[in-house]
Design a protein around this ligand. Structure first.
Ligand code: RP5
Length: 160
């Protein structure tokens, strides 16, 4: 199975990514996590991304706050799908990072999840890998069913 890269702009983003790591672990998807900043370590970020496909990665998840250029900077170096997680890290409550991540100019796409949407980033990355992995697709289908059952139980509990 291809690996997923989880790149964060700072180790201060790490707590927000817990849901991403946990979801990847639950699905038994191999991943690597790194701290590379688009601003502070632009060379390392570019080198990682340009080599990621040859190094066995299938998707890159990029989490960053404030003027969050990381996802776009990584996407510029690869044709692997890049998923951006805007991190709530400033007085602007993550709206700065959301706009910086989602408003990519034409030609270099970044699939952007919600502010702090770490779990959805992992699930979207898994769905991308599952296009060519029936076993992973079955796990994701089972997860959807467990979510459905959980909601139905909550519904039933309202009317006892
Ligand atoms: C971004 O700036 C990082 O992704 C982080 O969300 C934010 C603050 O970084 P630190 O100053 O905490 O290192 O680059």
């Amino acid at each position: 199975m291809k690996k997923i890269a989880v790149i964060m702009g700072s180790d201060s983003d790490l707590p927000t990514l817990e849901g991403c790591f946990q979801t990847l672990k639950n699905l038994n998807i191999p991943y690597e996590a790194h701290v590379y900043s688009a601003h502070r370590t632009p060379g390392e970020a570019a080198r990682f991304s340009s080599a990621a496909r040859d190094n066995g990665f299938g998707v890159i998840i990029a989490a960053a706050g404030k003027a969050a250029h990381l996802a776009g900077a990584l996407a510029a170096q690869t044709v692997l799908p890049v998923i951006g997680i805007p991190i709530k890290a400033s007085t602007l409550d993550g709206l700065d990072a959301l706009l910086s991540t989602v408003q990519m100019p034409s030609g270099i796409p970044v699939a952007t999840v919600a502010i702090d949407g770490a779990q959805n980033a992992a699930l979207l990355a898994a769905e991308i890998l599952a296009v060519s992995d029936d076993g992973l697709a079955a796990k994701l289908t089972a997860l959807r069913e467990s979510q459905r059952q959980a909601v139905l139980q909550k519904d039933a509990a309202l009317n006892v």
